[in-house]
Write a protein that binds this ligand. Structure first.
Ligand SMILES: *Cc1c(COP(=O)(O)O)cnc(C)c1O
Length: 471
């Protein structure tokens, strides 16, 4: 097998700058040890997120030039709607400026206090929007996902047994069920077609609308093609169409598999729901034929959705993510197995076993990777998904303490990923010297964006003494 190369060549470059360790330490101090607050110019390799950070293609840039910026009825909207209907198949397509705007409109339209919304794992903004509408966001990941090291093929699946029980026990209180493809909170793991089909049947049996959080629909389609019997010979677009045929609607962030830098949409087959959603859309996003986006953004998305379904692109994307994962795992770093589609997740609790969970090992590791190599990653553990008890203030931890290295689409070369491997392996060798952190300031919701952290002082010798003696 030849090496799987990048299926594109570079037409435009953007310089990145190496910083000194002292500069990075100063940047961290200024940012309250929160990497979201570090200026992007101080970052060498930015693996914070794959959201809106991709490189657009020459075709996308060309399409932007013919963007129609009319307030109402612009041609860009018709092209956008045609592309979304062709792939997603829903009757009504509502453009929004991002995925979270679609979530907010959906939650405000369908959720009421006392409602429960099950999902394989709610994305942070999805959860926040459902909770802001007074409803409860319930995560139902499959049992296999609890074992981070076991390479099950579809660890993103929703737990069907529990879903069936919730639908009966909460009859009348479930405004919709959602399945996130791929399961981001669960480690970028795929959901099988069989699981989507069964979840849909359960919902339809109870008259509950079934939605997909479609952000990484094309990566999920590729996993189905490679891993699920019966789909080997289907094209990615046909697999995607089948996935959406089981759903009654979807939310989408075009910043992921829309291959664009901004945008999103909300789809439904329910005309009455769409009418109510469009009323809200006009309040906060804009007229229904642009929904908070410029005509040129709609054009970039229309082209990008098809590019995400290109088999050469997905083959390369999955190979490059796996390349990072395999090299880290070979060096002994505990990662979620098998590697997900868009990111590698390090099990920070396992790697930094000397740091108690209450001292946020994922955050501690993220800070160290930046300090050492200028790499920005993100904690996806108790800082992001944990919470505080509303009355007692007691910390409620997340399921896992993870660090995510997200790979922007079509941005970094293999040698830049080799550098990331080196920095992570060096950090791994020195892991006993890393100390935990404490939150000193935090907002009520989505605290990871703006919390301020303090690094706890653990002299390395004390930690080494507390480790079992080498035998
Ligand atoms: C990014 C993302 C969202 C939110 O989309 P934004 O465009 O960032 O608002 C929702 N769900 C999942 C799974 C995502 O990855």
């Amino acid at each position: 097998m030849p090496v799987i190369i990048e299926p594109f060549r570079i037409k435009m470059v953007e310089p990145i700058r190496m910083t000194t360790r002292a500069e990075r330490e100063a940047a961290l101090q200024k940012a309250g040890n929160n990497l979201f607050a570090v200026p992007a110019e101080a970052i060498l390799i930015d693996l914070l997120t794959d959201s809106g950070t991709g490189a657009m293609s020459a075709r996308q840039w060309a399409a932007m030039m013919v963007g129609d910026e009319s307030y109402a009825g612009g041609a860009s909207f018709w092209r956008f709607e045609e592309a979304v209907k062709d792939i997603f198949g829903f009757e009504r397509v509502i453009p929004t400026h991002q995925g979270r705007a679609a979530e907010r409109i959906l939650a405000s339209t369908l959720c009421r206090p006392g409602h429960v919304v099950p999902n394989n794992t709610h994305f942070d903004t999805t959860r926040a929007n459902i909770e802001a509408a007074g409803a409860t966001a319930l995560d139902l990941p499959c049992t296999e996902s609890a074992d981070l090291q076991q390479p099950f093929l579809f660890k993103g699946n929703i737990d069907l047994e529990t879903l069936a029980r919730v639908l009966v026990e909460q009859a009348g209180n479930v405004p919709f069920v959602m399945v996130t493809v791929t399961n981001n909170g669960g480690g970028g793991q795929p959901v099988s077609m069989e699981n989507i089909r069964h979840a849909s049947q359960l919902c339809r049996g109870q008259g509950v609308p079934f939605y997909l959080d479609a952000c990484r629909f094309a990566e999920n389609a590729f996993f189905i093609k490679r891993r699920e019997p019966g789909y080997e010979d289907l094209s990615l677009i046909d697999i995607a169409r089948e996935m959406f045929s089981y759903a009654d609607g979807c939310t989408m962030s075009a910043k992921k598999d829309g291959m664009a830098n901004i945008g999103g949409f909300l789809c439904t087959n329910d005309r009455e729901v769409a009418r109510q959603e469009e009323e809200l859309l006009i309040l906060t996003e804009g007229f229904p034929t642009y929904g908070g986006l410029a005509g040129r953004d709609l054009e970039a998305i229309s082209v990008g959705l098809y590019e995400a379904l290109d088999l050469d692109y997905q083959t390369y994307r999955h190979a490059s993510t796996r390349y990072l994962g395999d090299h880290l795992a070979e060096g002994g770093v505990p990662i979620i197995q098998p590697p997900g589609g868009h990111a590698i997740y390090i099990d920070a609790a396992a790697m930094l076993a000397h740091i108690p969970r209450g001292q946020f090992p994922g955050q501690a590791l993220a800070l160290e990777l930046f300090r050492r190599g200028g790499i920005r990653s993100v904690e996806t553990g108790s800082v992001m998904f944990g919470s505080r008890h509303p009355d007692t203030g007691e910390e409620i931890p997340a399921r896992h303490e993870l660090l995510r290295l997200a790979i922007p689409r079509r941005v970094y070369t293999q040698s830049q990923i080799d550098y990331v491997v080196e920095v992570v392996l060096d950090t791994f060798a020195d892991r006993h010297r890393i100390s935990g952190v404490r939150i000193v300031e935090q907002p009520r919701r989505l605290r990871h964006f703006s919390a301020v952290f303090e690094i706890l002082n653990h002299p390395a010798e004390v930690i080494l003494e507390s480790l079992p003696a080498a035998t």
